[in-house]
Ligand binder design. Structure first.
Ligand code: KG4
Ligand code: ZN
Length: 381
């Protein structure tokens, strides 16, 4: 009902981690703007996101980012039908900046406020782009959300106009992106580590170090989770195996030399690191990446087959990885499973995905109350 009366313009706001983003999306299908202010340079020198600094930067960025999103979309606040904001999961202080700003706007403009789960947003990044190209994604779909904070598998389908999710797999320790970031840091590379490892792995032998399959022992986890142990992930052991390799192959000195050389450069990137990496290090990097992708691929395909998924989505920051895209594309073809990734811009955190996920809620009139609060450990499904 509500949908027919509106033009379906949603202003999305995302501030769960280290990007402040605002976007205007029409009817969950047309991105009018998607402004992102990244804090990567602030956190890079600490090798990880510093929560207090993240909150402070969100506070500085939120007003200009929302203004930029409205300007690029050529719409005024009065023309917006609803304001959507990330409720969680994420950093409490960071989430609060977006939530308080969105609440203030909704109250001042007398417009509905819609709360969105960040993980649902990553799934809708793909659904949004499919709608933009007038494509449908066959349901039930299996979504692998793989980012710095999450490695989750969801079975999803639309019922009565709203999307329903069932969490069927997750990580027991580190998220895949976190493993990329920690291994990059261990090897003296920059932050966030994913793009560095992605670029450097292309120059190494992915089978130089025989990291084997990651199997989760069935027993201890059976009672603790409804998820089948076959679809559980764990990357902390692999990270420790990389550390052990560094120690047993006397790589420390080379790592410190690389770290110092990069620290002396202004804004170094993976291309600057390439001449600072020998074949042994490049082999270690490529083998680590191969082991992570092997594991994501094997468990995702097993879950898709066992749960009779009709299509596959891979989203989140790690979905930007080139080798991951190549291997998933090849494997999905072998299994005749339709596969979709977001564009690189919509793989990492952004507000367009939040505004897109909010569209079915606007259409159904499902709004957040004025008591909406940040939920740092919000679950999906
Ligand atoms: O989705 P995202 O922007 O933020 C979270 O919700 O966590 O994901 C960030 C994560 C970081 O761990 C980063 O290293 C990883 O995504 N990442 C990559 C690549 N680009 C970003 N990992 C592997 N390969 C990449 N090309
Ligand atoms: Zn994310």
């Amino acid at each position: 009902m509500q949908a027919a009366q509106t033009t379906g313009l949603i202003l999305g706001i995302e501030s769960s981690c280290d990007e402040t983003s605002a976007a205007v999306v029409e009817r969950g299908a047309r991105v009018l703007s998607n402004a992102v202010a990244s804090q990567v340079r602030t956190h890079a020198r600490y090798g990880g996101v510093v929560p207090e600094l993240a909150s402070r930067e969100h506070l500085q960025n939120i007003v200009p980012v929302v203004r930029a999103a409205l300007e690029q979309a050529k719409v005024t606040l009065e023309q917006i039908d609803a304001i959507a904001v990330t409720e969680g999961p994420g950093l409490a202080g960071a989430l609060l900046v977006g939530i308080l700003y969105a609440k203030g706007l909704a109250f001042a403009l007398n417009k509905p406020l819609i709360a969105v789960n960040h993980l649902e947003g990553h799934i809708h990044a793909v659904l949004l782009e499919a709608r933009m190209q007038a494509q449908t994604v066959a349901a039930p779909l299996l979504a692998l959300v793989v980012s710095g904070g999450h490695t989750h598998l969801y079975l999803a389908e639309e019922r009565d106009g709203l999307w329903r999710y069932r969490n069927v797999g997750k990580t027991l320790d580190d998220a895949a992106g976190e493993a990329f970031d920690k291994v990059a840091k261990l090897l003296g590379l920059g932050y966030p580590g994913g793009p560095w490892i992605d670029a450097l792995a292309a120059h190494g032998d992915a089978h130089a170090v025989p990291f084997g399959p990651i199997n989760i022992k069935q027993k201890p986890y059976r009672a603790a989770t409804e998820t089948s142990p076959r679809f559980l992930f764990s990357f902390s052991g692999l990270k420790t195996a990389v550390l052990r390799y560094v120690e047993t192959h006397a790589l420390r000195e080379r790592i410190e030399a690389r770290r110092a050389a990069l620290a002396a450069m202004e804004n170094p990137n993976a291309q600057d690191a390439l001449p600072l990496c020998d074949a042994e290090t490049l082999g270690l990097i490529a083998s680590f990446q191969r082991a992570v992708i092997d594991d994501l691929l094997r468990k995702t395909v097993a879950a898709a087959e066992s749960l009779h998924a009709r299509s596959l989505i891979v989203s989140g920051g790690v979905a930007a990885n080139r080798e991951l895209r190549r291997r998933f594309t090849h494997e999905a073809q072998q299994h005749k499973l339709p596969l979709a990734f977001p564009s690189i811009a919509l793989s990492t955190d952004n507000a367009a995905m939040i505004a897109a996920a909010a569209w079915p809620r606007l259409a159904a009139g499902e709004f957040a109350s004025a008591a909406l609060n940040a939920d740092p450990s919000l679950k999906l499904g």
